[in-house]
Design a protein around this ligand. Structure first.
Ligand code: ADP
Length: 406
């Protein structure tokens, strides 16, 4: 491996990691889970493609990171890239300094579940590997190019000016990677108007004009927008007062219901997993059929709405576990979008194999592509860019100053 970057995504009791090298096939990835419990362990895939499982009883984040790095140290990673969900108003990936760590801490009220976990990981790696440059790559940063008419809510102004209440958008690394890669495949790198549909457990859509996000479906938090595995997506905000008044629910119960018990799971009363729902629907389960229908209809509606952000539509990219793998969901979604001249080729759509990129329109109208996402690859690329521009520039300046002083 020539250049290798360790990409880390810290959750409250887990750490996803990937060692990203120049060649995608050489990637090593894994997961430390159940941290802080006797069942703590690391599961992963080695460079030879073999499975790895290692018990690390009661290990905390720091111990797990130490073990992960020990196992990877002979690959000599040059930097660490941290995925951070919320960067507040930070507009790009940043080298981790005490000031940037403080900015991530300040954004915690906007991502109370995610940012504290990322900070635990950042604190641990900065203590363990002070010599390695570390970079934070934010899910929100790509969307900082949205114009104010797309990111402001129609709420009293002081909520924005004094409390940062606005739309931020998420999945930015994925939308950025997929729109770059997709427009490159289409022969118009970072040019024109594109829609992306990232469809996984969490799902969001984005409108991209000349390589920049101009609107997206998620908002202040990742709850807004399309139907997801367990998240409701858009609902009338008065649901809070309705449930409080009529059922006596408190804010925490309502929040939990909207985030963890709704979406595909809530509609089907069966599962948050699209594969399970498609199978159940084929066997005649009406709730599963309705859940799929609502998912596709609301997705098409979101894409149609986002088209207002684009002077013209050159095409649409599907990605994420559902977008990459389900020809059925792609076809159903496109059946609700006949208005922009989209023309899906049933044959090409059905033929597209798992995990491959490819064009699936019939050759007339806006293009339609499947582009497998690569969030780790994008984080690594941004990390290298920050390290090269900031660390090496600073070192260069230092060397120059020393030479002048000598
Ligand atoms: P995450 O957001 O956790 O990264 P993924 O992007 O892996 O999730 O997407 C998970 C979703 O993709 C699940 O709902 C899963 O059922 C769905 N999925 C994966 N393969 C298929 C398939 N062949 N057909 C339909 N859905 C699929």
């Amino acid at each position: 491996m020539s250049t290798s970057i360790l990409v880390i995504n810290c959750g409250s009791s887990s750490i996803k990691y990937a060692l990203v090298s120049d060649r995608r096939e050489d990637r090593i990835f894994g997961l430390a889970e159940n941290l802080g419990s006797p069942e703590a362990r690391i599961k992963g895939i080695t460079v030879g493609g073999e499975a790895l499982e290692l018990s690390i009883p009661n290990a905390d984040h720091e111990k797990a990171l130490e073990t992960i790095l020990e196992r990877l140290s002979h690959y000599n990673p040059q930097a660490i890239g941290h995925r951070v969900v919320h960067g507040g108003t930070l507009t790009k990936a940043e080298l981790l300094t005490p000031e940037i760590v403080q900015r991530i801490r300040e954004a915690t009220p906007l991502a109370p579940l995610h940012n504290p976990a990322h900070l635990v990981g950042i604190d641990a790696t900065m203590r363990l590997f002070p010599e390695l440059p570390q970079v934070a790559v934010f899910d929100t940063a790509f969307h900082q190019t949205m114009p104010s008419h797309a990111y402001r809510y129609a709420l009293p102004k002081f909520l924005y000016t004094q409390h940062n209440v606005r739309r931020y958008g998420f999945h930015g690394t994925s939308h950025a990677y997929v729109s770059d890669r997709g427009s490159e495949l289409a022969g118009s790198f970072r040019e024109g108007g594109w829609l992306t549909a990232h469809l996984g457990n969490g799902s969001s859509t984005c409108a991209i004009w000349n390589g920049q996000s101009v609107d997206t479906s998620m908002g202040l938090t990742p709850l807004e927008g399309v139907v997801m595995g367990t998240r409701s997506g858009d609902v009338d905000p008065s649901i809070h007062s309705f449930l409080a008044t009529n059922l006596g629910w408190d804010i925490y119960k309502i929040d939990k219901m909207l985030n963890s018990q709704s979406g595909l799971l809530g509609l089907s009363d069966l599962s948050n997993d699209m594969r399970t729902l498609i199978e159940a629907s084929e066997q005649g389960n009406e709730d599963a059929t309705l859940a799929i229908e609502v998912f596709c209809y609301r997705l098409a509606k979101s894409l149609a709405g986002l088209s207002c952000g684009l002077p013209r539509i050159d095409g649409l990219f599907f990605t994420g576990g559902i977008g990459e793998n389900s020809a059925y969901i792609r076809e159903k979604t496109m059946s609700y979008l006949p208005h922009f001249g989209f023309n899906l080729s049933k044959e090409k759509n059905d033929e597209l194999k798992r995990g491959t990129e490819g064009r699936i329109d019939a050759g007339v109208g806006p293009q339609i592509w499947v582009v497998p996402t690569d969030e780790e690859g994008r984080i690594a690329k941004e990390t290298i860019h920050v390290v090269e521009t900031e660390v090496h520039q600073t070192t260069g300046k230092k060397l120059k100053a020393q030479a002048m002083m000598a």
